[in-house]
Design a protein around this ligand. Structure first.
Ligand code: CAO
Length: 262
């Protein structure tokens, strides 16, 4: 017989915010059908379009040991400015620096893939788990922003995303996307490109793992996996690998980013 829902359990338990499981397990007394609306409807449309893109995936591991230390050292200074500094601003800033060398990855193609547009601005999207489901707001003009400014804008997007208040301006005009599944868990994610973009990256959780140093000694390293998906009609594997190497070099040697301070 169908189980009945205890009176205290709402039909759809409200989510406390991103990254949180429902506070109570959902026990449905009977099947429920609902219309797919809002951001979920947008996801149906964009992900259906994405099935027409021939994706290839390229993966690598990043030694985050130096960056873990750098972020720990900067967190308090950022907090002093009222900004929460996670790893995402570093991922976005490093991506922007790498995109400057590989503009085809910050491009878009038209419906029939007859024209490619190299986008001038690095409007970097961040896949966000919100109360409305998956949303991808973007930080506009990352190429001209400091790390702190990127972090502040991400804070803003995350705060209003949680409340379901992202504007059309916040969620349109993205040129390249990074998804951080590692804040929830998991090591690898095969990301799906958000049309009309041509590439996307996904990072897994940073794990403390044994690795060899240059002298052959086993060391304690903070390792993170990255998986890139790219549109193979316009991007080849070598370009993706070169872009990934550039991105990786900024994260593994965060001091290198100082050279590009504006
Ligand atoms: N590995 C280990 N720790 C991580 C991490 C990672 N990859 N990413 C974040 N963390 C840590 C953060 O540093 C932070 O710790 P501190 O308190 O020490 O600063 C903590 O996890 C929480 O971070 P956060 O999630 O609040 O912030 P963020 O900027 O790292 O991530 C956002 C923001 C929007 C990416 C995240 O909230 C989110 O929604 N992730 C899910 C994305 C998603 O759904 N992707 C799937 C898309 S395909 O369906």
């Amino acid at each position: 017989p169908p189980t009945t829902r205890p009176p205290s359990v709402p039909a759809q338990a409200p989510r406390a915010g991103p990254l949180l499981a429902p506070a109570v397990p959902l026990v449905l007394g009977q099947d429920r059908t609902e219309a797919i609306k809002g951001f979920k409807k947008v996801m149906v449309k964009s992900m259906s379009q994405a099935t027409r893109i021939p994706h290839f995936c390229y993966c690598d591991e990043i030694d985050m040991t130096a960056l873990v230390g750098v972020r720990a050292g900067l967190k308090a200074a950022a907090a002093g400015q009222g900004v929460r500094l996670s790893y995402m601003p570093f991922f976005l800033k490093a991506a922007s620096l790498a995109l400057a060398h590989y503009p085809i990855i910050n491009a878009s193609v038209d419906d029939k893939c007859e024209n490619i547009t190299y986008k001038a601005s690095h409007n970097l999207g961040v896949a966000m788990d919100t109360s409305d489901g998956l949303v991808v707001p973007n930080v506009k003009g990352v190429q001209g922003l400091s790390l702190l400014q990127v972090a502040a804008e991400l804070n803003r997007l995350q705060e209003i995303g949680v409340k379901g208040g992202l504007s059309t301006q916040d969620i349109t005009g993205g040129t390249f996307t990074i998804s951080n599944i590692g804040s929830i868990g998991g090591t690898y994610l095969k990301p799906v490109i958000l049309p009309p973009e041509v590439a996307i990256g996904a990072v897994g959780k940073i794990q403390v793992l044994p690795r060899f140093d240059a002298a052959g000694n086993v060391t304690r390293a903070h390792i993170m996996q990255v998986s890139w998906s790219a549109d193979h009609r316009v991007i080849d594997g070598a370009t993706m690998a070169n872009f990934s190497n550039a991105w990786k070099s900024f994260l593994e040697n965060p001091n290198k980013m100082l050279l590009h301070l504006k």
